[in-house]
Ligand binder design. Sequence first.
Ligand code: FVH
Length: 282
Amino acid sequence: MTDAPSKLPPVSVIGLGSMGSALAGALLSAGYPVTVWNRTADKADDLVARGAHRTADVTDAIRASDLVIVCLVDCTAARDVLGRAANAVAGRVIVNLTNGVPSDARDQAAWAQMHHARYIDGGIMAVPQTIGSADAFIFYSGDDGAFREHEPALSVLGRPRWLGTDPGLAPLYDLALLSGLYGLYAGSQHAVTLVDSAGGDAAAFVRDLLVPWMMSMVPFTVAEANPQGRVPDEFNPAMQVASISNVLAAGTAQGLRTELTGHLLASLDLMTRAAAANRPAA
Ligand code: FVH
């Protein structure tokens, strides 16, 4: 007995690194007919075993579906791969989930328009393990008609979050969230290194102190961030300058690498300027 053909529209996935493979896998699990292409062809083996169709040529993968999802290492690779398939993209909706800057997205959208394709850029706020789960969400911006048309298939990957018709918005919001995350990572790394340098139990410090404390402080601290860099009165910037200077001094005394202090210097600069603005005139 053969399986009944899927009533769902076909989707092509270009790029089968860890993320592209997870995207294609989620679509297969949801019953979509999936065509895949990857520079290194054997990375498609598992997906083919699950029912995906593999093409040797990227052009054939793009021709196979109206919806083409691109997920490559960077925007240079995405531009090169799509550029080689320029004669196949007319009439297609290209959803580029490759991480990039807003101007990459706008350039790629203009290129797509020139080749009679509709373009959506996206920012994946998930890791491969969470694709297809309630924990994953993905920013989208660009051609809104194309987005509404293909929202059901895109919803399979993670909760879609539409940002508007400027294709640069999805990468901008993606990078803004990553900026917050990397600040948290840099701060945590400095904290752990400081405890470790004094012979402390870094694992216990992370488990029992850093994680619970950060969890309780993050909502409050983040809520005070504002586009003007204005420091709220209750923060008392002069007091913050003293505390941050002490963190820096302790790190230096413990022989910590200065590369870990960038986030502290940024906060010190902000607080120093706020303290100067608050100082009563002599
Ligand atoms: N993995 C993650 O946790 C993050 C989560 C947030 C979103 N990112 C972005 O997703 C894009 C792809 O990331 P990835 O994790 O799949 O990356 P890799 O596993 O390293 O796979 C890279 C794929 O790109 C192909 N590739 C690289 N260079 C070229 C090229 N010049 N021409 C054609 N394809 C190229 C590579 O092919 P191959 O090496 O297997 O032949 C992989 O398919 C990325 O933008 C993240 O920022 C993931």
